[in-house]
Every structure is written in structure tokens, then in C-alpha cells.
Design a binder for this molecule. Structure first.
Ligand code: ATP
Ligand code: MG
Length: 270
């Protein structure tokens, strides 16, 4: 059974002219332990798709399933990093993270929650800022705190919406490595299932087992690409290979094609 399954998903928003279709007939599944990236132009429905998986957006038709059960609302088996990072402004950074852990692991004692929060704060490079409030942090630091919260929750599924968008290049590379090391866990059976939205093609290739490209709005699946590079991956090594350059070119052409659509995609599908 797939960990995540999306079947014939349509999503609409009400707008002044009636209805705006954001997603059209999207179907795909994600295996347990798989790392899937979703790439699509701005406005094509990336966040809408993750919102459906989080259980905060209801599809107009079709369904999303997790572990074979329909998604009807948020669940403690999923941790999300939102595009607009969402720390609670009245809690310190450490408390924000400890609160996330409490949601996912109700039985963990308070001391253990705070200790785990401190570990993750340190791993994202925020030790020293644990007692600050979100407004006292830079945008990139707030985003790292939101990532620490999601990772610290240690859920089966991670839903990440451009999580590294506001992070500088050096921290971004560290965060990618941290995410991969946590994703890999303690062996194949422990692997998390990740759905990761990004606009960065190199990031998607470096991280993913599979890349799903959405068409321009309304978002449909334009193409899927398996990413075969063995792990652990070293970016500076794989990016020199012919396979990397070939895959990157295909993704870039499709991404920058003004008319990216399902028909246009067929010739690129590998
Ligand atoms: N609450 C809303 N009401 C009306 N339209 C909406 C609403 N939220 C999103 N949309 C529209 O639905 C489409 C998809 O939005 P979504 O947020 O999924 O885009 P996205 O692919 O995540 O974009 P980006 O990559 O820029 O974050 C967009 O055209 C957007 O204008
Ligand atoms: Mg978005």
C-alpha cells in the first residue's frame, strides 16, 4: 500500500467571477520512505496540493489518502513547514519547538520535550537564540526555527512548502544535508516520507527520489522524473555527470517553457 495516494484531485477557490480552478485531475502516489519533490511555476497549485495533504484544504472532488485512510483534517502523523512560516509570536523559539513536539508526542515528559527542542535548535544553527521571540529573528532564522519544529516532531510524513526559500546559500546547504540525514533515519524501515515543494531544480535533484512537475495553472501533472543518483549524494560530484546535466536540462526546459502543459510535457518524459 502507498503511504500517500492522491486520486483524481480537483481543487477550487471561490473568487469574484465564480470559481477558480487551482488543481485539475492530479493523481499520484508516494511510497513509504520516498522523497518526492513537486516543482511548478508560481501559482500552479503547489501549496494547494500540500494543503490538501495537510488536511487544511478540502478538494472539490477526488481524494487524498494517507495509510489508506482519506485525509479529512490535520493529523499528528504529519509535520508541515509552511511557505509563510508560522511560529507562534507569543512563544519563544524554544517553546515553539517544544509545543510542536507536544502535539506529535503527547506522552513525552516536559523535560524531554525541551531537551529535544534544544537539540534541534542547535542542529539548525539557532543555539543562542532559544529565548528570543520570532519578531526578534531574521526571516531566515524564523524559517530555520519552523523547520526545527517540524523535524523535532519526528513524524512519519514531512510536508514541506519551499522550506528553504528564505535561507541564505550556506545555511541552505546545511539544512538540505540535515534534512537528508534525518530522512534517512536508522535504516530503511525508519525512513520518513517527504513531499517537498521547491522552485529550485538543483535542490530537487539533490534531495529527491522522484520529481513531479506540475503544469501551469490549473496544476496538472506535466511529467515525472525518477532521480537515480546513489546516496549519500555529494552535490559537487553528481552535478558534473552527464546524467545530471541531462536531467537538469529537461527540467529547466520544461520549467521555463511558457506553455508548460500536459501535452507539451510528453516529449520530455523520461
Ligand atoms: N484563498 C484563495 N482564494 C482564491 N484563490 C486562491 C486562494 N489561494 C490560492 N489561490 C489561487 O490558486 C492558485 C494556486 O495557489 P497556490 O497557493 O497553490 O500556488 P503555488 O503554486 O503554491 O504558488 P507559489 O509557488 O507562488 O507559492 C493561484 O493562482 C492562487 O491565486
Ligand atoms: Mg506556494
Amino acid at each position: 500500500m502507498s503511504k500517500i495516494e492522491i486520486k483524481n484531485l480537483y481543487a477550487e477557490y471561490a473568487d469574484k467571477d465564480g470559481k477558480f480552478q487551482a488543481l485539475k485531475d492530479v493523481s499520484f502516489s508516494v511510497r513509504a520512505g520516498e522523497f518526492v519533490s513537486v516543482i511548478g511555476s508560481s501559482g500552479c497549485g503547489n501549496s494547494t496540493l500540500l494543503g490538501v495533504l495537510q488536511g487544511i484544504i478540502s478538494p472539490s472532488s477526488g481524494s487524498a489518502f494517507i495509510d489508506g485512510r482519506p485525509v479529512t483534517g490535520p493529523g499528528t502523523n504529519r509535520a508541515a513547514v509552511f511557505q509563510h512560516y508560522s511560529l507562534f509570536p507569543w512563544m519563544t523559539v524554544r517553546k515553539n519547538i517544544a509545543f510542536g513536539i507536544k502535539q506529535a508526542k503527547k506522552s513525552l515528559p516536559r523535560n524531554a520535550r525541551y531537551a529535544a527542542a534544544q537539540v534541534f535548535l542547535t542542529r539548525v544553527g539557532l543555539s543562542g537564540s532559544e529565548h528570543k521571540y520570532p519578531f526578534q529573528l531574521s526571516g531566515g532564522m524564523q524559517q530555520r526555527a519552523a523547520i526545527a519544529r517540524a523535524l523535532a516532531m519526528d513524524t512519519d510524513i514531512l510536508l514541506m512548502d519551499e522550506p528553504f526559500g528564505a535561507i541564505d546559500a550556506k545555511n541552505r546547504s546545511n539544512m538540505q544535508k540535515l534534512l537528508l540525514s534525518l530522512w534517512e533515519g536508522d535504516g530503511p524501515s525508519k525512513k520518513k516520507t517527504v513531499v517537498f515543494v521547491t522552485h529550485d531544480i538543483d535542490e530537487a535533484i539533490f534531495l529527491s527520489d522522484r520529481i513531479i512537475m506540475l503544469s501551469n495553472s490549473p496544476g496538472q501533472i506535466a511529467a515525472e522524473f525518477d532521480v537515480y543518483f546513489p546516496r549519500p549524494r555529494i552535490h559537487s560530484t553528481i552535478r558534473e555527470t552527464g546524467e545530471y546535466i541531462n536531467l537538469r536540462n529537461k527540467l529547466m526546459t520544461l520549467f521555463y517553457d511558457e506553455n508548460t502543459g500536459v501535452a507539451a510535457a510528453e516529449e520530455y518524459t523520461i
